[in-house]
Design a protein around this ligand. Structure first.
Ligand code: C6P
Length: 409
């Protein structure tokens, strides 16, 4: 391992959570695919909102409300610029990826999907990109098709193409698999879906944290992501939608802020993006997310990708060198997520022992049970890497795995 590589980012001190010890050990946080740690600048932005401008938005005429509204709408513009969306009103604040996908399943579902229409997903999807479509299937009589993955953990592109037909109304797939780390060729898959006449939703929960997701270059119709995986607060997320589609879709939640006028006879709805933002928004969350995306832009995806590729390569090499470690999935393009098994040790036991050594990983099915079924395992251990990880984290992971092997004999 190259412990003196100076090209790597060295920004651990910007993440206050890393200052602590866990069970008396240095913290090696290898669970960023579940949620990323927050840099001080994001925590400060949230604190600043609550200490200086704590007020509701779009409603008040007083100073604090105007300040909060300006900060909230500035965050929306930051998200637009980050995704290179054509219009700020194409950015809807939601509570996260799950909420964003459910919004599309309900609103686009009402607009476009009827009995016999088809929705195509892939076998590597997170439950959040499976269950909303099953619910829609129950409501509408639509057909849910699944493009299989190979034993390496790549989407079987031939089967994907073969599943597209004139009944396909929507193709929904992940940019990066949370269980395998697979990076999908989003633009190519979107182009194939469009050629068949379908709309495209990209689950970018694991994409936005690690690579540019330019919605115009990718030509996706919808894109969903969560703030908390990209160094922002929990409880805030984004749905990007193309203007024409969002304008045609009916609102699915009613309440304050999404209306222009209400009588008992008739309600007229507010314009985009507010049509889909009923009720008081997660104002502090949106402001924190805006700051998080600025933080990513300040570092630049090029530096983030270089750093993560170096850490991933080290981790890959180190894990493969341990006898008894089996990697689950070897996709052709991968981001910083590795699923693995160690001897016959149950991933939950492994996760518990690693925790005692200060190493935080995720153990379980990763909300991707069909992926586990494909590989014939109930669960895996998963290490996921971010820009604050370094070679010491990998060394600590290796030592902790070896300790678990000793304990289990
Ligand atoms: N994956 C993981 O440990 P929410 O919960 O709405 O913020 O994100 C849901 C989601 C959707 N798609 C993908 C690809 C995801 O990875 C996730 C969240 C976490 O892998 C928690 S299960």
């Amino acid at each position: 391992m190259n412990g003196t590589d100076t090209t790597l980012l060295d920004i651990r001190d910007r993440f206050p959570c890393l200052e602590q010890q866990v069970h008396g050990k240095r913290l090696a946080y290898l669970d960023s695919a579940a949620t990323a740690l927050k840099p001080a600048c994001v925590i400060d932005a949230v604190t600043q909102h609550y200490t200086q401008e704590s007020a509701n938005i779009h409603r008040g005429v007083h100073h604090l409300s105007e300040k909060a509204t300006a900060s909230f709408e500035a965050a929306r513009e930051t998200v637009r610029a980050h995704l290179n969306a054509a219009h700020t009103h194409e950015i809807i604040f939601t509570s996260g990826t799950t909420d964003s996908i459910n919004l599309v399943a309900q609103a686009f579902g009402q607009l476009e999907i009827g009995k016999g229409d088809e929705i195509l997903i892939t076998e590597m999807e997170h439950h959040s990109n499976i269950v909303p479509w099953q619910l829609l299937r129950e409501r509408s009589g639509a057909v849910l098709r699944v493009a299989p993955i190979s034993d390496d953990g790549d989407v079987d592109r031939e089967a994907f193409r073969a599943s597209l037909n004139e009944r396909t109304k929507l193709v929904a797939f992940t940019a990066v698999s949370n269980a395998l780390g697979t990076v999908n060729p989003v633009a190519e898959m979107a182009a194939e879906a469009h050629a068949a006449g379908a709309s495209v939703l990209v689950d970018a929960a694991q994409g936005v944290p690690v690579q540019p997701m330019d919605v115009q270059a990718l030509d996706c119709d919808f894109l969903a992501f969560s703030g908390h995986k990209v160094f922002g607060p929990t409880g805030i997320g984004v749905l990007y939608g193309k203007e024409g589609l969002l304008e045609a879709m009916p609102p699915v939640k009613g309440g304050g802020d999404m209306i222009l006028s209400v009588t008992f006879e008739k309600t007229t709805y507010n314009a985009l993006p507010y049509t889909f933002e009923a009720g008081t928004a997660h104002i502090a969350g949106a402001i924190g997310l805006g700051r998080a995306l600025e933080f990513v832009s300040e570092l630049g995806y090029a530096a983030i990708e270089t750093h993560e590729a170096a850490i991933l390569a080290d981790a890959f090499e180190a894990l493969q060198a341990i006898e008894g470690v089996r990697l689950v999935g070897t996709p052709s393009r991968r981001k910083g997520i590795i699923s693995f098994l160690v001897d016959e040790i149950h991933p939950h036991d492994l996760g518990t022992i690693l925790d005692q050594e200060g190493v935080a990983i995720r153990a379980g099915h990763h909300c991707a049970q069909p992926v586990m079924a494909h590989f014939g395992v109930p669960a895996t251990a998963r290490a996921s890497f971010s820009l604050y990880n370094n070679h010491d984290d990998i060394d600590q992971l290796v030592a902790a795995i070896q300790k678990a092997q000793e304990i289990f004999g």
